[in-house]
Design a protein around this ligand. Structure first.
Ligand SMILES: *Cc1c(COP(=O)(O)O)cnc(C)c1O
Length: 339
């Protein structure tokens, strides 16, 4: 049926059978449409092209040992998209419609959900764009919300591993009162150059400090940061970071494991005090941090002393994956079983 080599999938786009779409016109969301086209007919003056009226989300569905498909915290993605809509003046999509469309997109492409044993999953990408034409800087009158899915491989091909990051002061991803808290493409455009330079220098990603004072930790590439010390999970509180659903879940699991959880400003120098640290997000759950280099100050913070992921990061990673794959009880009601 499929000629997909499930265990060698990368994190990239692969065509599936269908996507689902819903148009906003005359002040209302329309019916859900099923589409097999990969392209979008678009007005050349659409606001998404000129003024960045574009938001996206990312979540995953997992084929489990019992053969069922489980979706992780999609209501949280719906809520975050609504927050982004309020931030860049797009109409909010109701949670029920969002969830119905996620389920529909998975069901229609069920044959692309990787088998349990592969460690791969189905990545779900919701997208909302301003399609109505404007020449003056104004929000559009018409919008398109669509969801496509694509099977993605396990993030850690050679197993869960710690990798290096590099502090950048040359570029900011987002301003303190800007759009960093929203999942909009513009933040990614702002990060492309920093990301390219970090990769070329051999790092996993660039590491941002706060844009205003360059004193506090913001984000690691397109992932949230957390550090562990003295049985405490510490993660930045900042007005310019994206509220990660993975981070929110890890904070809960850390608390369940008896760790203290702190959300507060983290000065750069505090990096020297963490016993372990990681970057977190949907793609990898946790990317353990080996070290963070600060080349401008000729300094390096080592965060995995023996070169390997720390015990608490490993425990958190294993626990969250087990919940996602239905191997452990879903005590927080995070998982939706697709029927
Ligand atoms: C999507 C994203 C994250 C991770 O969020 P999750 O909900 O955990 O996937 C972190 N930072 C940025 C900038 C993001 O865009």
């Amino acid at each position: 049926m499929n000629d997909i080599d499930w265990s060698n999938l990368s994190f990239g786009y692969r065509k599936t059978d269908y996507n689902v779409r819903c148009y906003y016109r005359n002040g209302a969301w329309g019916e859900i449409e099923v589409c097999s086209e990969e392209t979008i007919p678009l007005h050349m003056a659409a606001t998404c092209l000129h003024y960045g009226q574009e938001a996206f989300e990312g979540l995953k569905a997992f084929r489990c040992k019992d053969g069922k498909i489980r979706i992780f915290r999609m209501d949280e993605n719906a809520a975050r998209l609504q927050s982004t809509c309020r931030g860049i003046l797009m109409p909010e999509l109701p949670t029920e419609k969002f969830c119905e469309m996620v389920k529909k997109a998975i069901k229609l492409n069920e044959r692309f959900v990787p088998p349990y044993e592969s460690g791969a999953s189905l990545y779900i990408r919701p997208l909302l764009i301003g399609t109505g034409p404007q020449v003056g800087v104004k929000p559009a009158d018409e919008y398109l919300f669509l969801i496509f899915v694509t099977p993605v491989g396990p993030y850690f091909k050679g197993g869960f591993a710690a990798t290096p990051y590099v502090i950048t002061r040359k570029y900011d991803r987002s301003a303190p009162l800007g759009t960093g808290i929203y999942k909009v493409g513009g933040n990614y455009a702002a990060s492309l150059l920093a990301s390219k330079e970090a990769h070329e220098a051999g790092y996993s990603a660039e590491f941002y400090l706060d844009a205003k004072e360059k004193k506090y930790i913001d984000e690691c590439g397109a992932a949230n940061f957390f550090g562990i010390k003295n049985n405490t999970y510490v993660t930045p509180l900042s007005t310019s970071i994206l509220p990660s659903i993975t981070n929110k879940s890890l904070m809960q699991l850390a608390e369940d494991m008896g760790l203290k959880v702190e959300r507060r400003a983290i000065p750069e120098e505090e990096l020297a005090t963490f016993e372990e640290a990681g970057a977190c997000g949907t793609a990898a759950v946790i990317s353990p941090i080996l070290r963070i280099d600060d080349p401008e100050n000729n300094h390096s913070y080592v965060l995995a002393k023996d070169g390997k992921p720390g015990p608490i990061s490993t425990k958190l990673y294993t626990k969250l994956r087990a919940i996602q794959y239905g191997d452990e009880p879903d005590t927080h009601g995070w998982v939706t079983v697709l029927d």
